[in-house]
Every structure is written in structure tokens, then in C-alpha cells.
Design a protein around this ligand. Sequence first.
Ligand SMILES: NC(=O)c1ccc[n+]([C@@H]2O[C@H](COP(=O)([O-])OP(=O)(O)OC[C@H]3O[C@@H](n4cnc5c(N)ncnc54)[C@H](O)[C@@H]3O)[C@@H](O)[C@H]2O)c1
Length: 328
Amino acid sequence: MKVLVTGGAGYIGSHVVRALKESGCSVTVYDNLVQGHAEAVSGCKLIQADIGDSVALSSVLKDHKPDLIMHFAAYIQVAESMVKPSEYYHNNVGKTLVLLGTMIKEGIRNIVFSSSAAVYGEPKKIPVDEGARCAPANVYGETKLMVENIMSAYEKAYGLNYVSLRYFNAAGAHPDGDIGKDHDPETQLIPLVLMTALGLRSCIHIFGSDYSTPDGTCIRDYVHVCDLASAHILTAQALMEGTGSHIYNLGSEQGYTVRQVIETSCRITGKKIPVMDAPRRPGDPAALVANSQKIKDELGWKPEFSDLESIISTAWKWHKHHPGGYRD
Ligand SMILES: NC(=O)c1ccc[n+]([C@@H]2O[C@H](COP(=O)([O-])OP(=O)(O)OC[C@H]3O[C@@H](n4cnc5c(N)ncnc54)[C@H](O)[C@@H]3O)[C@@H](O)[C@H]2O)c1
């Protein structure tokens, strides 16, 4: 199978690229490197270009003739999306329209899209399944839902086959320890906790300790990035077999509080991790936990690394050996 991976030099994309190569696929990475790292996909064909550049995209699609596109390229910071909505709508929606239009023009009909649990907003019921009402609480989640709606219309009008994968909190790193998360700025809990353990940050802020959860802090569902990668392989195979368009949640189905993540990190790293209580952040739901039964039933997805222990141990291995990210 020939696969073009937009945003493939980013955190999740690079782990999926590795899994695709290991499963024998021919992979081309297409990334403008605004956040991605060439080192994360060394040994792979990397085209440094923007998905909004229809000329570059057309020529790559003509040259490589992929059977399928995996589309990770996006801006991903929730808080930033609220202060720079124009950039988020432009990059995540406007440029995805260019990608979809170009692939259809070039006769490519299969796409796997990186969606997010952010499409649900504050869910009425936990765990949340794919049938739950979508009501994003931020611009980032809105951009993901808009792309899902666009793909649904393109399916009917142009015969697009799409699978939208709604990831919960992607975390962990490759067990080899040579690829992992290197975002600037870093905004996600586990890397921030581990950077604090390394002394690169003075303390970790807990945003809200008065939620109606067992210890008052928010509950999230962390899914290992290698389990996301295996789900992409299964999804690609299903799309190629012609099983049509689907939406799947990808989460571990386990919820952990912020304090549980910090305590587990203290134990695994053997370090003291100073914490500081801070006010709640607007739009943060108290709890977000996936029901991922649909992809398990339909595609046989079996997460192997998504227990908190494996997530934090693999992330710790990465951060300890690469405290400055790919620069180290
Ligand atoms: N990290 C998570 O927990 C999480 C959760 C839900 C959904 N997602 C989605 O998964 C995808 C990958 O996330 P990630 O954490 O790997 O982020 P990332 O920032 O590491 O990866 C995104 C990649 O896309 C590239 N990119 C961005 N805009 C581009 C453009 N216009 N043209 C070409 N390349 C472009 C960046 O350089 C980067 O390499 C994103 O779509 C994100 O919204 C991530």
C-alpha cells in the first residue's frame, strides 16, 4: 500500500509512519515542519511543503500516486485556538479543503483523518461513544468537527471514503526511546510533568482542584501513541478493503485524574514533582473518557500500551534521553 502522510513529521504522525513502514507500506511524509521534526522520520521520504499549496500537493500526488492519505497536519493547541481562531480555521479547515479538492482531482478517494475528543465538548454521559452529541467547547474542536462534516458531504457528492479517528489524549513514546513528543510550546500534562521531574520547569500547575471527581482534579483518558499507530494500520486496511466511511473513538477507556498522573510520574521517575494549584481553565470538562468498543468490535483494535504505567514509562525514557527534544 502507498500512503501519503500529511503532518507525518509530528508527534503522532511519526509513530504512525514508523508502524506503516514496519507493516511494509511505501510511505511519503508531507509536512511543512512548523511543528514537525525531520529527525522523527529519518530514513523516510520527506517533502517539506504546505497542504495549502495545491501546486506542490498536485505534483506530489501525481508522482507518488498514493492509495490513501493519512491527514495529521493541523494546529493543535486548544487555548491558542481561542485567541487565534482565524489561523486555526485557515490551517485546519481551509487548507484541508485544498487537500480534499486536490486529492479528488487526482483521483484519490481514501483518507484517514485525525479528529479529536474535543468534538464532544462537555459530554452529558461518560464514557462517551461516537453517537454522543457533538458540541465543541473551543475553536480547535470546532475545526475538527467542520472537517468531519465536510468529509461526510464529499462522501455523498464525490465518493470520498473517509475514516475519522477521534483521539482522546495521545501520550507516551515509542518503547525504543528514539521518537517522542517534542512540541514548542508544550501544553499537555504528561510531558509537562516529566519536564518538571527533569528540573526543566519549576512546578506543574493543576488547573482546578474543585471538580466533582474523587480528588477534585480533572479526569482524562490517555491513549498510547503506539496504540494509535496500530489503529491507523487497521483503518487503512479496512479502507482499502472497501468497508466505507466510519467514525471511531480511540481512547483507553480508563480515566485518570491529574493527581493520579502526577503521583504515578513521581513513582516511575523517582523524583519529587512540585505542584501548584491554579484556577480552572474555561472549557475544560471535568471528565472525558472514551468508549472505544466500536473500533474493537469492527476492526479488532487491541490497545497494548495504554495503561498509565506504560504510557509514563515510555514517555520518561524519551524525555530523560532527549531533554531538549530532537535537538538532544
Ligand atoms: N496530540 C493529541 O493528544 C491529539 C489529540 C486529538 C487529536 N490530535 C490530532 O492529531 C494530529 C496530530 O497531532 P500531533 O500531536 O502529532 O501534533 P503535531 O503538531 O506534532 O503534528 C502536526 C504536524 O502537522 C504539521 N503541519 C501543521 N500544519 C501544516 C500545514 N499547513 N501543512 C503541512 N504540515 C502542517 C506540523 O509541522 C506537524 O508536524 C492533529 O491533527 C491533531 O489535531 C492530537
